[in-house]
Design a protein around this ligand. Structure first.
Ligand code: FPP
Length: 212
């Protein structure tokens, strides 16, 4: 969801206003994805590298996660189930404050009965950590290191392979996101900053599925 900061700066607004607009747009995109019968939508909310941002910006983004995970009634109305991927809360590098942990746990429990789209939020997430950790766990279990053993030890073994990766705001490069799961994915690169990413653009991204 790149481009929140630049979107805000170009309007003379603080970067935090861009993140707020980004969270609101995510709620719209989730509804659009549900209407299009998308089964799984995974978003990069906060990376393992994002902690070095200015404190006030980090605090603001954490608050937006609390807001998103707090949209229980809306998620239930749309039959959306919440899941989370990221570094374990009790791991050696853990930094997730308790209020975010609580919001994540509550959203997972309160939406567990839903049968529609799964919205997975990557929070304190990084693919390199995920892959290293999966390799470590596979090795500790004395299983041979194979694609299938690794796939059992990634953060969420149920997460299916990625069909389409969307990268907003003119970033024409891969990031530290779902690198294990994205083998073979189509990539929709767009100049649109995340706060303006629309349902029509989602349609253009989806139309890449199945193309060779
Ligand atoms: C990248 O834009 C965006 C983030 C690091 C934060 C993403 C968070 C949100 C959209 C808030 C709501 C989302 C959830 C899941 C609650 P950037 O800050 O790098 O902007 P820039 O590329 O213009 O600098």
């Amino acid at each position: 969801m790149d481009g929140n900061g630049r979107w805000a700066s170009s309007r003379g607004l603080p970067r935090t206003a861009g993140h707020t607009a980004g969270e609101e747009n995510l709620a719209d995109v989730v509804r659009a994805a549900v209407r299009r019968d998308i089964g799984w939508l995974t978003v990069f909310g906060f990376s393992t590298e994002n902690w070095v941002r200015p404190r006030a910006e980090v605090r603001h983004i954490l608050g937006l996660h609390e807001r998103l995970f707090g949209r229980i009634a809306e998620l239930n109305e749309n039959n959306v189930r919440i899941r989370w991927i990221g570094r374990p809360f009790d791991g050696p590098d853990a930094r997730t404050p308790r209020f975010v942990q609580r919001a994540i746990r509550k959203a997972i429990v309160d939406t567990a009965h839903n049968t529609g789209m799964v919205l997975t939020v990557a929070f304190d997430y990084g693919s390199r950590f995920e892959i290293m950790e999966a390799a470590r766990r596979a090795r500790n279990s004395n299983e041979p290191l194979t694609v299938s053993s690794m796939s059992r030890y990634v953060h969420d073994p149920l997460l299916p392979p990625v069909d389409v990766m969307i990268r907003t705001s003119g970033e024409i490069r891969v990031s530290n996101f779902l690198l294990w799961q994205a083998v073979g994915a189509a990539i929709h690169f767009t100049d649109t900053p995340w706060p303006e990413f629309s349902a029509e653009e989602l349609d253009r991204a989806i139309s890449l599925v199945g193309r060779q």
